[in-house]
Design a protein around this ligand. Sequence first.
Ligand SMILES: NC(=O)c1ccc[n+]([C@@H]2O[C@H](COP(=O)([O-])OP(=O)(O)OC[C@H]3O[C@@H](n4cnc5c(N)ncnc54)[C@H](O)[C@@H]3O)[C@@H](O)[C@H]2O)c1
Length: 300
Amino acid sequence: MSKVAWIGLGHMGVPMSANLVNAGHTVLGVDIVEPARERARAVGVQVVETVAEAVRDAEVVFTMLQNGDIVTDVLTGADGAFAHMPKGSVAVDCSTTGIDTAIAVNAEATAQGVSFVDAPVSGGVQGAEDGSLTLMLGGEFDAVAIAEPLLKSVGSYIVHVGPSGDGQKMKVVNNAMLGVGMATASETSVLAQRLGLDPEVFYNIVLRSSGDSWAFRTWFPMPGVVATSPSSHGYEPGFMIDLLKKDLHLATALAEESGVRLDVAASAEKLFAEASASGRGEQDCTALALELGLEVDPPS
Ligand SMILES: NC(=O)c1ccc[n+]([C@@H]2O[C@H](COP(=O)([O-])OP(=O)(O)OC[C@H]3O[C@@H](n4cnc5c(N)ncnc54)[C@H](O)[C@@H]3O)[C@@H](O)[C@H]2O)c1
């Protein structure tokens, strides 16, 4: 069994680290927010005060943080993880950060005598709870080989895509499609409601028709139909609007750099940005439908 550090005990970090605890590993966790720390303690994570304390004896250090700036700071900062990790240990970043962050952090890891794997995930909180996430890995073979036995406790489809940054490449492309799927599921839900369609009839027919998608099926934005969708739980995240907005921006910025049109994803980014600007940034991404006029009782 391994000694593991887990930095970032949020919506994804808690269920993912819980699966490592349940597999028999010792997990030392860190978060800057007390409610997150409390939830982690409840699943058996040994919560400590500092990154240094968490990583000192760790074989593998996981990060699951909101964005690339935070990941860079936590791993490469003056008192960050790399400064305290044992030589030869591996940092595995499961956050969605974009390609440039992964490549820059990997270079810093090498300079400090540790290894780095970008390992973004897909499958949402439900996938994290079930240990059924998809993991897309970018990094050196040796580092991936050290991390892989632990990753099997958090995911069920684990692919080494290529060198550093390649996991993020895959994730950015995937989440452009997720963002578009969530946007269209939200817009069409509002239209279906205006047309007087029964939500359950609408859902069940699309599920068996050509309009179906992972986003529609899993995160149906009308409440009371899919019990596990955040829309059925007051639009509590789940996956926050601000995070999906960030992912869509990673995709549209890369498309622009690459001279590729991503017009549909750009429209989705605009919708999520508007929802964020109107104060819904910390609601689940299914709440885009509310922003677009879906009526729910009681109002959310
Ligand atoms: N929620 C999802 O469904 C989902 C799915 C796939 C990927 N992701 C990606 O995973 C990452 C995490 O997502 P999440 O939904 O768990 O976010 P979250 O905001 O719920 O969790 C992030 C946690 O990091 C903590 N944190 C922030 N700064 C910190 C620091 N300096 N030191 C220690 N802890 C710190 C926060 O307090 C928070 O608890 C994001 O990059 C997101 O895009 C999320």
